[in-house]
Design a binder for this molecule. Sequence first.
Ligand SMILES: C[C@H](O)[C@H](O)[C@@H](O)C(=O)CO
Ligand SMILES: [Mn+2]
Length: 429
Amino acid sequence: MTSFSNIDSAYALATEQYQSTGVDVENALKQLRATEISVHCWQGDDVAGFENTGGTLGSGLAVTGNYPGRARNAAELRSDLEKAYSLIPGKHRLNLHALYGEFDEPVQRTDIGVEHFQGWIDWSRDQGVSLDFNPSYFSHPLADDGLTLAHPDEGIREFWINHGIACRRIAAEMGKTQNNPCVNNVWVPDGYKDSPADRATPRYRLAESLDRIFEEPFDTSYLLDAVECKLFGIGSESYVVGSHEFYLGYAITRDKVLCLDAGHFHPTEVISDKISSTLMYVPELLLHVSRGVRWDSDHVVTMSDELQAIMQEIVRGNHLRRVHIGLDFFDASINRIAAWAIGTRNTLKALLMALLEPREELQRLEREGDFTARLALMEEQKTMPFGAVWDHYCATSDVPVGRQWLDSVREYESSVLSKRSESPESVIA
Ligand SMILES: C[C@H](O)[C@H](O)[C@@H](O)C(=O)CO
Ligand SMILES: [Mn+2]
């Protein structure tokens, strides 16, 4: 275990070293502390939610693994989230899906209201955790054929439009209560497994449905509408109605937040290179920080080159105020709280690394055409004592330093998670 005096002296040495490159470590930590990551609720229960309809996850989403201890109700999910937040330095948000409402009896998705989320709103106030929201266009009989807002059947389309309208109202209430904008992100699975005969008409239908959903005006100081594209999913391998080009055009023409999910593009295509260009035309971005592996877009976030590039882009472009950083992964093959801790800590670490770059110097060298020095300094940066600054940040934020967080997860696993039944039985609490 690292002692506090070792952490302090390593931090003092690191600060000196960063200072010699012109980097103000305290200022970097101030910016890090001010950045709230929107932690997604669905890692905690394998995207099951609390509708208790017995339906299975579908619409191109799949969670693999059967690690014991999945949260089976809102009380368990909140307890697990509190545990996860206690391992992550800083104050962060919670990203809720509509199917995580608390329902005493079956409620149609068109009829959900803020009352079904009062438990979450009260919890969020007590915890000082602001909420973001998402309509749920999956795990429902009316989404079983893979079409929702672009469905050719008007009645089905209408159902999903009304779900979208209900969700915006809930999100707006959340935003008002917490006194900061709730980002309400729309992702629909719509697409075809095989080559479509008509690529255009479903896209017109999707745009029309979205326009209907967004008709009701809300102040952007408490509701921000975001739209999320995808290249392909399971069952929509040949065609996705809401492609990148579709939503880029939609967000630009309707002044909406564009969501870029790191797992939603071709494996050789990266979202880090899309941040600066899309921000020229849309007001703000929402990122779903994720990690694609082959066909799966949702692995736990690791300290990959792309994660670092995403954070570098945000910081180098001075975009922190216009980019909402959310997470999107689900892994049921490992301890779910550890998954949250690993993914969120990595996201913050990558952001801190980016904040510790001598960016003015790097950009000056580039302007002057000194690409030799630019490359040399970028490479030197990789062996700077970043870990000492991170450890200091964790210690001063009262969260475990280094690998100690894992002990805390293990303790929770044996005292809480292991007591949960393996059956998918749901307990209303
Ligand atoms: C559960 C989320 O809404 C979902 O992961 C969505 O954001 C997505 O990325 C679908 O592939
Ligand atoms: Mn996503």
